[in-house]
Design a protein around this ligand. Sequence first.
Ligand code: HPA
Length: 272
Amino acid sequence: MSALTDALRYVRSRTDFVPQAAIVLGSGLGGFAEKVDVLTALDYADIPGFPRSTVAGHAGRFLFGRLHGVPVVLMQGRVHYYEGYSMQEVVMPIRLMRLLGAEILFLTNAAGGINRSFHAGDLMCITGHIASFVPSPLIGPNDDTLGVRFPDMSHIYDVQLSECIRQTAAALDIPLQNGVYVQTTGPQYETPEEIRMYALLGADAVGMSTACEAVAAVHAGMRVCGISCICNMAAGISPVPLTHEEVQQTADRTAPLFRALVENAVPRMVNP
Ligand code: HPA
């Protein structure tokens, strides 16, 4: 875990900012930074031992600032397992934000819709996840200073935080679905057969991130919540082949509502 200590030391040499909430900005949400009075920006590339985002459209930096007065750290761009990093590397930014002081983790992502009552452009509050198809980020020696060897995962997505998201959506008149997210390794999209299997297993949406981050965060004692932007209906449900362009277009189209929801939900979480 010395890579984490080195990274922490570097960040602390640049800023003494203590975030209360950490927000991971998924596809299309990068512009959320406009809502935040940014004090410090740190590129992942400048942090020793840190993974770099290699996906087009994922900026790859931390922004420290205030969102309606709440001290927050934003991850503008995340790293994915399919980029070739180990799961431990993928969750390193989450652990770092925890060590910087963040108690709340707000995850956002783009996902494919499995639940047939969903539509492209829907937002979904994540109520649970299936992470069994990707390696655990907790494999390897346990860092006892972060958390226990065998952490409980019965309530990953915090009920109170999720209720804040729902109340905010209702107040802003933003339709909101609820559902279970299944993480795959990617980078290929799923086959229709895999989507039928995930549906049988109880998944409502599928994506290539998030669940591993939530596991690492709960391990480290954070309260977690998350929202998926359903950017396309999953393979076999959508009549057209899936493309990254379609995903990005829907993410961009939905971004204003998505941003408004995150912007207004965070202050409710901190001052309920
Ligand atoms: N599958 C996996 N990940 C995704 C999808 C999908 O259909 N859409 C956006 N991210």
